[in-house]
Write a protein that binds this ligand. Structure first.
Ligand code: AHM
Ligand code: MG
Length: 334
């Protein structure tokens, strides 16, 4: 049997190697991974752990919170606040950022997360996940504004998908690595390094029920895919939509594809459904590190300067040639 590399060993090698991963960042990643293991245990218990159903509250975005949204949020906060590696945290489930209590040492990093992405899939036993992004605190008193940094400033991003396997996917800016949770050993084991997304694909992911609300460039792209071999693209396309971004992006990192959650006419003043800081940015960092591309239809997502903590954004990401095509259609329509 080939030698197994644990997440800890991988991170220590990143610390010694060209990445020169700072020890505080290594600690942060290990703590997030530990929190994900704990969340995975709750997810796996399901109805037996009384973790399904709604919590009877709403988050700042007016979305009904599920019990597991809150459990996952609490697990991430409790795991991360005392280690001395963070200055603050921000989450989809909290209106404002959470400062590290003053009786704990203050660190130099900021952690953002969507504690449980794909909430509508929790109760139906379909893959869900945790998404996270790490920034450096630029100094001064930590506030919501401290988190308003472009995605290019991320020093680490990743997600953990709770599916048939629990898989942690990570980048520290040196490519993308995947780790599978060995439940008997209780540790994440490296199962794929230097993940690459093929530049071409025959698979798209979009919520087709919103078709009548889409902008013309999105309609044009999907119409051409649907025309298949007989149409402009000259090939048949397949469609997948899990409704958990984590699961859809995981498929794209594994075998290619294009994922879109575009702006649509349902709520024209909203730029999109997904949130820039803790959904689109970390996923865009991972996708670019794996050779893919990510735009809001016009601009590279990682270049966008956020104006608000819970800002939303239109998302097109995945196989480079398809993302370039969708982006070109938007630019032509301007
Ligand atoms: P959530 O963070 O509240 O779970 O919402 C984000 C999710 C994404 O994971 C997914 O891509 C999208 O919402 C699905 O939306 P829809 O229900 O419109 O298909
Ligand atoms: Mg989400």
């Amino acid at each position: 049997m080939s030698k197994r590399i644990s997440l800890t060993q991988y991170l220590i090698e990143q610390q010694r190697g060209t990445a020169q991963l700072p020890p505080q960042l290594r600690l942060l990643i290990e703590v997030v991974a530990r929190a994900c293991k704990s969340i995975a245990i709750s997810v796996n218990k399901g109805a037996l752990g009384d973790v399904l159903g709604t919590a009877g509250s709403e988050n700042v975005q007016g979305e009904v919170q599920k019990k597991l949204d809150i459990i996952a949020n609490d697990v991430l906060i409790e795991a991360n606040e005392w280690g001395g590696h963070l200055a603050g945290m921000a989450s989809e489930e909290m209106d404002d950022m959470h400062a590290v209590p003053l009786h704990y040492p203050q660190g130099e990093y900021l952690l953002l997360f969507d504690p449980l992405d794909g909430s509508s899939n929790i109760d139906v036993n379909v893959s869900i996940g945790t998404i996270f992004s790490v920034l450096k605190h630029q100094g001064g008193e930590v506030s919501n504004d401290s988190f308003l940094q472009a995605g290019t400033e991320q020093v680490c991003a990743g997600y953990c998908v709770y599916g048939p396997q629990t898989t942690l996917v990570l980048t520290v800016g040196q490519g993308v690595a995947m780790f599978t949770l060995d439940r008997e050993q209780g540790s994440f084991v490296l199962t794929q390094d230097q993940v690459q997304i093929p530049a071409d694909t025959k698979e798209f992911a979009i919520n087709m029920s919103n078709m009548r609300h889409w902008a013309d460039p999105v309609k044009r792209y999907i119409d051409e895919c649907l025309q298949g071999k007989e149409g402009a693209r000259g090939k048949d396309f397949n469609m997948r939509w899990v409704a958990s971004m984590v699961a859809d992006v995981h498929r794209i990192l594994t075998r290619g594809g294009v994922f879109m959650y575009p702006w649509d006419k349902r709520e024209p003043t909203k730029p999109g459904k997904l949130r820039l800081l803790y959904e689109a940015n970390p996923m865009s960092f991972l996708v670019e590190q794996a050779g893919g591309a990510s735009t809001n239809g016009l601009q590279r997502i990682l270049d966008l300067q956020p104006g608000q903590l819970h800002e939303r954004v239109s998302v097109v990401l995945g196989s480079k040639n398809e993302v370039d095509r969708v982006t070109a259609y938007h630019r032509e329509a301007q």
